[in-house]
Design a protein. Structure first.
Length: 157
């Protein structure tokens, strides 16, 4: 899933890996998801692997900032925006889809909601995000999730 966004609500400072994770955790917890307890070291190792994967893929998008999925084994959200778009902005934008998700029917109502459901997916406990500035001055953001979410007929939480 991907979203193209503009820079109307720009955050001027660069986001760190911890801040991106914090934004995901806030939205996950606000959706009353039970976070599974796993050993911190293993979680960090897996998240580093996903971050490396995301960065390697983001680096391939530098020319033209084309919004194409990696086709890899992870769940994935993509965003594209102007110059100083941050990872935090991308997450906030994906979460704006929340009103489009109807839990009772487990369907998107009206507009898209798949970015939101991936952010809050109950089993996606590992996260890796990366961003690159493209040669057209756009910014490409990718977040990879493991295990992936958005399985048909399953609820995110």
């Amino acid at each position: 899933m991907y979203i193209r966004m503009n820079n109307e609500c720009a955050i001027t400072n660069q986001i760190t890996e911890n801040q991106t994770t914090k934004y995901h955790d806030v939205y996950t917890l606000s959706s009353t998801i039970k976070i599974k307890k796993i050993k911190k070291k293993k979680r960090e190792e897996k998240s580093l692997l996903l971050t490396s994967y995301a960065q390697q893929y983001a680096n391939t998008r530098v020319r033209g900032c084309d919004m194409e999925h990696s086709g890899g084994p992870y769940g994935e959200n993509l965003a594209e925006g102007y110059e100083e778009m941050t990872g935090a902005q991308a997450v906030k934008f994906w979460v704006t889809e929340k009103p489009n998700y109807n839990y009772a029917s487990n369907k998107c109502v009206g507009d898209e909601c798949g970015h939101y459901t991936q952010v809050v997916w109950r089993n996606s406990i590992h996260l890796g995000c990366a961003r690159v500035k493209c040669d057209n001055n756009w910014v490409f953001v990718i977040c990879s999730y493991d295990p992936p979410g958005n399985y048909e007929d399953e609820r995110p939480y």
